[in-house]
Design a protein around this ligand. Sequence first.
Ligand code: D41
Length: 673
Amino acid sequence: MTTKHSIEQRLRELREDINQHNQNYYQFDAPNISDADYDVLMRELQQLESENSTLITYDSPSQRVGSTPLASFQQVEHQVPMLSLDNAFSHAEFVAFDKRVRDRLGILDEVEYMIEPKLDGLAISLLYRDGLLVQAATRGDGRNGENVTENVKTIGAIPLSLKGAPIPSTIEVRGEVFMPLDGFDKLNQRARSSNDKLFANPRNAAAGSLRQLDSRITASRPLAFYAYGIGLVEGVDLPSTQNDLFEVFVSWGLPVCDQVSLASNATECDQAFLMLLNKRSQLPYEIDGVVFKVNDFTLQKQIGFVSRAPRWAIARKFPAQEKTTKVIEIDVQVGRTGAITPVARLSPIFVGGVTVTNVTLHNEDEMRRKDVRVGDTVVVRRAGDVIPEIVSVVLERRKKDALPFQMPTHCPVCDSPVERAEGEAVVRCPAGLYCHAQVKESIKHFASRKAMDVDGLGDKLVEQLVANALINTPADLYHLSKEQLASLERMAEKSADNLLAALRKSKLTTFARFLYALGVREVGEVTAGSLAAHFGTLESLQDATLEDLEQVPDVGPIVAQHVVAFFELQHNRDVIVDLLSLGVRWPDVQDSAQLRNELSGKVFVLTGTLSTMTRDEAKELLQNLGAKVTSSVSKKTDYVVAGEDAGSKLTKAIALDVAVLSEQQLAQLITEL
Ligand code: D41
């Protein structure tokens, strides 16, 4: 007969076994059990627990499967702020860092550094009380993060309870949550086969996975974790170096990176950097640099930190990554303004954290300079968050019969003969809105976030709508019926309703947004804002002459010509009449001459939470009134608008004697204009 005692005994065994297997797998990368056998243990545990629910413990491995979705993440304050890392981009910058460290310490010769790969994931803080994981929070702004405990508990690499002795009564363990490359590839393969959106890189995948409100989704994502630091600690004496801290982490069952080392001086740091750079492509996870930390905690304390980063640590970033791959095809794309750009289709290549399959070659001149041909082996570069580019062709590997690329003489979409204006590098299809490609692109632009902001109208949908001849101009969007929408591929009634609601909502806009949405050549967001502020009404803009237009700040003769040419076209005037009759409208723009005296050119910084609008809305409002809105406070700032819970920006404003306005004072300032 099974007694309560024997059940407890078996539960304990199962939990210990499973925890040990988890540690073997995640920490030592040495599983000694098959996935199937692991599942058998897990199922037995779950079965026993479901029959004896009073015996479920907080840290049982069964608690990792995720639970019902949250409505939102709570904010949590970090007991000790999570600092960030300063960067060095060269050996010289690292040497300067080392010199600063030694100068501060008065050490003439050498300082020992701990060297850690810089994992490309998200920093996280784990709070253990009496050995139990009670809270996990993202870094946020370093002081307040989001409570992601439910999600973090699903990460197998993170122990739900610390083991060994002595265990601190309280400890915040800091480390990086990341997605190993094999897991990332599998996740994207899965996404591809179910036609879901692919993740751009492992970092985004890790961030997206951790930010799920439904922890069951997080549980299905292959996340991992390495510990590298601590916040608050109580009830235990810490070791005296960063290197020893790693050993203590391991003794508690926390995973740490095994590619760490010690260096006794700057020269050895440089060697270690080059070693890791070399190893980078063989590592099972993405790293984007190397972190150097003064190893001795006493020295760290002496050196201290500045507001957001310790002075005793630095991250040296890797240079831009380059890889070679093959050009499968060179297509040409027709943009919104008819510009025809060659696009190289590449054999997919993982470089600088993303898989690259298309690279635009901008224009014919660049194409000629680089002389990229179909079948060529090319060097692809991606630095940081920059758009990937083809650096050069590996000429030794060019096939003898490879032919130079020829720009088409006719538009690949509407077959009009292409044109190249004198002095311009770009070849264009002159057909304007008679060309389907340009229709599609201009409608996509019209609906985009900074234009009319039609939520949920993606590129694919616009393409379908144009291809099925349901729309031909931006105004046609507002003629669409629910039946028409619901008849499209991958559109159900609900999504049709949502889109119609989004379209209705988009009709109330601002004059500046409307102008930008029209897609006049050379009229970007900023110029649209200037035009709106200057002319105030559509009528006066439409009637403006070249001379009138050139009065506007940052409008030159070329922009002026494009504006005049746009409004001269009957087709454009018709579309505008159509849009207005369908209910597109905006509040009156205030008298511009008056505004120019009051707010124009004034520099605002918004901080904290506003109660009557979002910060983005406030920003738009101020910009429409001719003010500038920037993100950091300096002597050049005229006003800081401080909402609820304003933090460091407010402190800085006070320190610099910059005028601080409450939300109410801002409202008053605007109404008094
Ligand atoms: O691997 C990393 N991404 C990493 C990040 C690391 N190995 N060490 C780090 N150490 C720190 C300090 C020195 C401030 C404790 C870090 C980070 N910070 C960090 N990452 C993102 C914000 C801060």
